[in-house]
Structure formats: C-alpha cells, structure tokens
Design a binder for this molecule. Sequence first.
Ligand code: ZN
Length: 684
Amino acid sequence: MQSLWRDDDAERMVAHYVAKGVARDVALRVYTSRLLGGDPKLVLHGGGNTSVKTTMTDFLGASREVLCVKGSGWDLATIEPPGLPALHLQPLRELKKRDKLSDEDMVSFQRSQLLDPNAPNPSIETLLHAFLPHKFVDHTHATALLGITDQPDGKKICAEVYGDRAPLVPYVMPGFAMAKIASAVFEKYPKSEGFILLKHGIFAYGADAREAYERMISLVSLAEARLEKGPRKRLAAVALPAALAPVHEVAPIVRGAIAEVADKADGIWRRQILDFRATPAVLAYVNGADVTRYSQIGVVTPDHTIRTKNWPLVVPPPAADLTGFAAGVKAAVDAFVARYHDYFIRHNKRAEPNKTELDPLPRVVLVPGLGLFGAGKSKKDAQIAADIAENTIAVIADAEATGRYEAVSEADMFDVEYWSLEQAKLGKGADAALARHVAVVTGGGSGIGAATAAAFAKQGAAVAVFDKNADAAKAVAKKIGGLGVGCDVNDTKSVRSAFDQVCAAFGGVDILVSNAGAAWQGKIGEVSDEILRQSFELNFFSHQTVAKNAVRIMRAQGTGGCLLFNVSKQAVNPGPDFGPYGLPKAATLFLSRQYALDYGAEGIRSNAVNADRVLTGMLTPDFAKERAAKRGITVDEYMRDGNLLRREVKASDVADAFVSLALANKTTAAVTTVDGGNIAAALR
Ligand code: ZN
C-alpha cells in the first residue's frame, strides 16, 4: 500500500478551502480523509472516521480549543469541512474521569459541546479521538488488518507484526467504554504510532496530517506483507452442475424469495433491489467446498452488520434447467429467517431495554457457480451491501489462506446490530412510495415516457428506460439514476434481451409502463393493409410482447406486479381518419383487461391510461400547429380549448396518472382518463 500524499495536492486543497474561510488544519483534515476514503481497502461506505484538534473562534470572539471529528452521515471519500463538526475539546476530555456514561448521555453531551448547534451528530468514536493527545487521528477498518486480526490467534499475529508500534486493544463495543480502554492502552505505550482494535480495525495518529496518514499506510502495509508471507492455502472448490443458468434467470427467483409480505390481506410486499457481482475472487469464494462454514461465521468488523446482516444467505447452485432451484432457494430463505429469529430471541433476553426485531431478510446472497447478490431498498443500498460483501470475501479469503477466519462473538454482533447509535446511521423515515420496486418504461427516451420514467424515479423506484434510440434511453436514465436500454419493441429478441438486462441490473421487474407507440392515419376503407398491419405491430403486438415478458418475470418472483398500458382516447372514441391508430389501441385496451382477468389471482394488476391531446405524445407540435391554423386559433388555445377544464394536458399529467395507478393496490382492469375532460371519450 502506497502513500498518496502529494505536497502540491495538499496545498491546492488548503488554498481552495482557506479562500472560503476554512482553517488550514481542517482543509488538511479533509485532504487526508479523502485519501483514506478513496481506497476501498481502507474505508468503505461511511466506515472509518478522522479528527483534528485545532483552535477556532466561538460566537463571542474567544479563541477555543476544538475537536473537529467526522459527522454522522458523511463519507470520508467525499467529505467537506461541514462534515467535520467542531466540539469544545476540554469538556469532552473531562469525561475521561468518569467510570460510566450511558449512550444517551454521551450523545446529548456531545451535541451540547458543538460550536454549531445545527451540525450533524459527531461520530460515535468522538470520545476516543478526544482522549488521545495527537493533533490528527485516523481510524479505518482496513481489509488486510482484518485479515490478520480476524483469526483465532489474531492477537498473537498482531503482537508479532506490530509490537509496541501499535499495541492491541481488546474487542469492546464502540463508544465510551472503548474510548476509556484505548486511552489507557495509549498511556502505557506513549511512543506508539497507533493501535489495533482486535476484530474491528486500526487507529493511527500523528502531529500533522501527513504523519497520521502515512503511519496508517505503513501499519496496514505490515499486515499486507504478513498475509503475503509464507504459503497460502487455496480454497477447495465444490463440484458444480455442468451447465448453469444465467444471472437474469436466477435473479428473479432469488429476488422473489427474499421479499417479505408486509400486509398479507392487501398483498403488499417488502421487496429488495439486487446488485450482482461475479469477480474471480467472488467466484473462488462462492464455489468453495467449505462456503457454508466460512461464510456463516460473521461480519469482519461489527458495523458492517447494519448493511449486510451477520451472515449471507447461501443458496444451491442453479443448474441450467432450474428444476427445483426455486424450492431450494425458498428452503434456504426459510432456514435463514428462522435462524435470524432465533438469534434475536436468544440475545434480546439480556438486552436492556428490550429491542424490536428488525426484518429478518438477507442482504447478501451467495450463489455457487454464479456469484453474489447485494440486496437493499434501493439500487444504491444493494450496491453498498455488495461492496461490503466483496470486502468481506477479501478478508475471509486472506484469513483462511493463512489460518482460519474468526469473527467477534454472536453476542457482540447483536449488541452492535441493535445499538441505536448504529441504526441511526441508516437514517430514519419511511421509504418513498415506490422504493423497493423496479419499473420498466417503454418509449422512455422522450415525451410521456421520459416524464413517466422521471415520475417513477421520484417515487423511489429503480427505473429501466427502454427506447428504440439507445442514446435517448441512456440520456433519460442518466438524469434519473436509472438504467437505459436500447430496445425495439417490435422485435421479440430485442425485447427479451432488454428484460434480461433489467433482471441482471436490478433483479427483476414489478411495474411495466407499456408506452411506446406511434400514430398512423388513413380512411379505413381505403388505407393499405400494410399501414394497418404496421400500426398493429407497434400499437398492439408490441404491448403484448413487453407485457408477456414482464409477466414471465413477475411470475418467477411470485410477488405480484403491475402492468400499465398507454391507450389513446382513440381506443374509446375514434377520430376521423385515425382508424389505423384507434383499432390496435382498442385491442390494447382489451389486452389490459385480459391480463387483469388472467393474472389477478397471482396479484398482477393491469390498468390503462387513456390520454388525449398531449403535445409531446402522439400529437406532434407540427400537427398541433396545422390543426390550430385550420381553426384560426393559436396552438396554446388549441391545446386548451378542446377540453372541458380548458387546461392543457401535459406529459407530466399522464406520468402522474401512471404513478397513481401503480400505487392503487386494489385497482385492476381500470382505465384512467387524462384529457382535461372530453365527454365524447368518456367511458361508459
Ligand atoms: Zn470502527
């Protein structure tokens, strides 16, 4: 591991922040915090913390000694000065005289010492930072360090590797007790450069930013060297089926199995979004003959438990024909849930006060032969779980290659998992209405489709944008943080491939907005069959193709779903010369009802939106201009005058109707009209 410290980079950052009124010490603290946070071998997603002791002027103009320490909710990789709230240092140090301090008292006392009362909560390790005399203090959960400490003789190995340079601190829960013990260890070894928290991580300290950072790098490098020394055992591989099913077929089965019924009577599911990984290291690990032993020992450092639970789910390898796979996965999930429940009951007995059980669903799924899935309420959470799982694999593989992996005790894991200060890191508040849902929008590259994709993303859904124009799909997806896929809805192979990509990216599909369409015109007795058939291909058969694919995936998940079709007012109220457009749309309206009828028993709803006169829909600006000119009115008047409310119907109005139908859990076979009021097109 190399030091990334560069004098010119450091000075550039100092100049940047000093110009904004930030102290030099804090600017340097930001610089090395980002160096640490930028290396996943040192720090992952909100892990680790850093501090600097400096002086600041308080509200009354007096110079005060302060500790600037990482605030809760900030990530070291992207930290800014406000992510390092300042606390009065002396009062924090006074706490060292105490024997005991409750978590509640610790948190409220720390808050009371903030210079800015609106600052984020300081790190749960604040007191440890305060009790050490050094100006700069850095803490990480470095992968290599965990590889040597997470072993039955981790203590002995660390003592050999570090000696007095970094003495050992036995495992204790983070917070006041750990701060006391660590400071006592430091006082015994005043010349140390840092210390090792057994089965947790490492602290390094120094008189300046560079010294503390480079001590961290050099101490972690010693662990790396130790792991590379001597022979490494390879994980023995298990025999796998000759042919394996692809990830896009496996993912919906896994995703369905790790969803939980939130309300059985109402058919409401608590689903998760998936993120798939299959690096050589992941495969060597999941294919190990011993995977059900070493993967079930526990997390590599306690605070991972809130992201990954203590253990991953291990499912059987998916043979190509997938016969029996779903049953095998379900049995594995049932056993996982039962084990989690039992773990909770056993440890909750000694918890004071008693805790409320968290959801028992796995966050990491190991699939021998295939790879691993991270799971979470959003794509981002799933990625975090997968990143931590990859890091866990690196640590356990290191420990197993040189010795044997061992984690903290189950009781210690429980205490951290159910510690209010850890749970607070995940943030409070209810999920967004469509969090945990995957939505596919066809024709999503522009107009109503793009507005609909944005509306679903705003409600928290993971959105896949399909469009014939792949660049347009990707541009919309980029804006909303979704997945853009080039897809020709008239081509069954292209549709299948697009849905496969969604399953590989998110794990499955819950909502389909079948929106792609185009208008053809012609007097019905004179129009060519070719035109009529073209329109049927796009305005009817493509809806059937995408719906069929969505239903196939929804049935593999077994957690219901929602189909939404964009049918025009032409479907109920034909316009002159619009037969070629209206006929297939009428068939699509019927298609929506047929799906409602055939799949209602499986919890799959099917509804349609009947929109009219939307400038970015079938109605092109040129066409609107032409119609308006014919009547001698402006385009604006044309857009409003055609409806009862005299309001222009916008793409976002149609998008909102799709969202409301997606949320209407008791509604199926319905048509929602979004046309500002058109009595001739009213459904009867
Ligand atoms: Zn830590």
